[in-house]
Design a protein around this ligand. Structure first.
Ligand code: CUA
Length: 174
């Protein structure tokens, strides 16, 4: 065996050893997440840990005055059922699906956000005036598709309260 072949053999052996080592040290999943990007999310553990746990859903106010809305689409509802946002400020929507492919739209606006399991869909929205919108699923997602809807209430900036974590997912505070 010449040196060149030996080098290639050792390098291949080293790489093959590294694969089980990443598993042993439990860095394979974080590594995979890093390579896939931060938009990846596990649809089976949304309620257990991470960004989409229950008291993180709904509207959260950011330091710059904009708001972030987190939602989950699942057969056959949007969670939360009702979300409250202020008028005239940027709304950063972050939504993912627990099962099938859905599409979140707001009646009376042209906004449509495709929602897929395993990934976080993002959209920048803004609602100029106070009012009520119905959020409707526009992607056929199964037997209950036609009943899949929730509500969006837009209130004026002055009326919009700073929501506590337990109030973020409902329209009670206003
Ligand atoms: Cu969800 Cu149609």
């Amino acid at each position: 065996m010449n040196w060149r072949k030996l080098r290639i053999f050792l390098l291949t052996a080293l790489i093959l050893c590294l694969i089980p080592i990443t598993r042993y040290h439990q860095i394979d999943l974080p590594l995979l997440r890093f390579l896939r990007g931060s938009r990846h999310v596990d649809p089976l553990s949304l309620h257990l840990s991470g960004e989409f746990v229950e008291n993180n859903l709904g509207t959260e106010q950011n330091a710059d005055g904009s708001v972030t809305v987190r939602m989950i689409a699942l057969q056959y509802m949007f969670v939360p059922h009702c979300i409250l946002v202020p008028a005239g400020v940027p709304v950063h929507l972050r939504i993912t699906s627990a099962d099938a492919v859905h599409s979140l739209t707001f009646n009376g606006t042209g906004d449509a956000v495709k929602v897929l399991p395993g990934t976080i869909s993002e959209a920048q929205l803004q609602f100029p005036r106070a009012g009520e919108y119905t959020a409707v699923c526009r992607e056929f997602c199964g037997a209950g598709h036609y009943a899949m809807r929730s509500e969006l209430k837009v209130v004026s900036r002055e009326q919009f309260p700073a929501l506590r974590p337990e109030e973020r997912g409902n329209c009670v505070a206003q």
